[in-house]
Design a protein around this ligand. Structure first.
Ligand SMILES: [Zn+2]
Length: 434
């Protein structure tokens, strides 16, 4: 490949991107101004006023640039340039909503990076052979409707159609359909199967996002190139049923649900550490973990225990192995502790593997613009996984960020964001403009 020797005839992409710094800062500032929460942090509520204002900021910026702006039936915003009939789209996007009292960069960095890259390419006179598309995605933060990837899956036609009437926003209690209609969406069209995006007509989906863990910060690297978005299995309402008893009951007569819960957690922690030791990263989280408040007390052997579990991994085999281990541990605990385990509902999401060719090309682009980038498994779930599940070649770039995310203290340096934009732009140039 010639990419390792950037030379004759290639415009100075780094400085073309650097010229967009004021635009990028202004975009972030405007977003912050319209979504600062009086209670602290940033709130762009999903299918609510905050998210609407975020999309308005994107629309205004893209309009001012002369990019072709459209909005689909689910309220996702698209800005395209150039418009080439019959050519596939290269979509670069992320979400414009936030958790309550979150930060300004989680999500918003994605559509902004796309606009920066498109502006930089146009400024150097590049002529893409595909249609470049910045996508501002709706409803990625599942805290609001307890449902993943609503906006992207609605656009791709992969969101189960009953979701519109069954999902309710956690703070208002109103249905997704209700909230969407209020935001000008065409819910009837979506219920009838309308989709804005044909996966077969998308050449690639690339998402720029802040890193939500401190791997890049600790490693001293500005940029990560995603290997995979984790898949998961989840049991949101698992119950362990034993027998409430007197605190004086000898061990052999007990049916202690709390001790069974504790053992489940300890054994899953062992599964996790063994997997990591074998070089297979995963994650185990017991988000809820408690005795029953209606019964529990200092002198009662707990007969009821409630928990939720989320197990995630980066390859399908590791995930399947973890679930097999989880179910085997439960069978053992039932037998040895004299309890019964009600698993309740099971939810899952497949692993989203980043496309190997795009990953390789992004590494080459990073080298060409002199950005120190490393492979990185995504700590969190992202819309990119919904595109991968629909069969679209997917990749992600993670920008170094301090203090995690989903809180007001997330802290991405604009310098690092511009590095990410430089890699994205160089990749677009090398892949679609030369
Ligand atoms: Zn996000």
């Amino acid at each position: 490949m010639t990419l390792a020797h950037p030379s004759h005839g290639i415009p100075d992409i780094r400085s073309a991107v650097e010229d967009q710094r004021r635009f990028a800062e202004g975009f972030f500032d405007e977003l912050a101004a319209i979504s600062t929460d009086p209670a602290g942090g940033i709130t762009r509520d999903t299918y609510g006023a905050g998210e609407n204002r975020g999309h308005e900021v994107m629309r205004r910026a893209a309009d001012a640039d002369g990019f072709a702006v459209t909005v689909d039936a689910a309220g996702n915003t698209y800005a395209r340039w150039p418009q080439i009939a019959g050519a596939p789209d290269v979509i670069m996007g992320s979400h414009l909503d936030s958790v309550p009292r979150g930060g300004n960069f989680d999500g918003a960095a994605g559509p902004l990076a796309a606009l920066v890259a498109m502006r930089a390419l146009r400024a150097i006179g590049a002529v893409p052979r595909v249609t470049l598309c910045a996508m501002g995605i709706r409803a990625e933060e599942s805290v609001w409707f307890q449902t993943s990837y609503i906006g992207s899956r609605a656009a791709l036609g992969t969101l189960p159609r009953d979701t519109y009437d069954t999902a309710r926003r956690i703070d208002t209690g109103r249905t997704l359909a209700d909230h969407m209609a209020e935001c000008g969406c065409d819910v009837d069209a979506l219920r009838q199967g309308a989709r804005a995006l044909d996966p077969a007509a998308i050449a690639a989906y690339v998402e720029v996002h802040i890193e939500q863990a401190p791997s890049l910060l600790r490693g001293g690297k500005p940029l990560g190139i995603c290997t995979a978005v984790p898949g998961n299995f989840r049991y949101p309402d698992l119950r362990i049923v034993g027998v409430h008893g007197h605190v004086g009951t000898p061990r052999r007569f007990r049916n202690d649900a709390a001790m069974a819960g504790a053992r489940l957690a300890m054994e899953m922690d062992r599964v996790w550490s063994d997997s990591e030791a074998a070089g297979k990263p995963m994650g185990v989280t017991f988000g809820r973990f408690h005795t029953d408040a209606g019964f529990h007390g200092l002198t009662t052997v707990p007969g009821l225990f409630h928990l939720s579990v989320d197990v995630r991994a980066y390859d399908p085999d590791t995930l399947a192995g973890a679930e097999a281990a989880f179910l085997a541990i439960i069978a053992r605990i039932e037998a040895e502790h004299g309890v019964r385990v009600d698993l309740g509902a099971r939810k899952s999401a497949p692993v989203g593997l980043a496309d190997a060719d795009i990953r390789g090309a992004l590494h080459a682009a990073a080298k060409a613009v002199d950005v120190d980038a490393v492979d990185l498994g995504s700590p969190a779930s992202h819309d990119a996984a919904a595109f991968a599940a629909a069969g679209v070649p997917m990749a992600m770039l993670f920008v170094r960020n301090a203090n995690g995310s989903h809180n007001p203290d997330e802290a991405m340096e604009i310098d690092d964001f511009m590095e990410g934009c430089a890699v994205l732009t160089r990749w677009l140039y090398d892949t679609y403009c030369r």
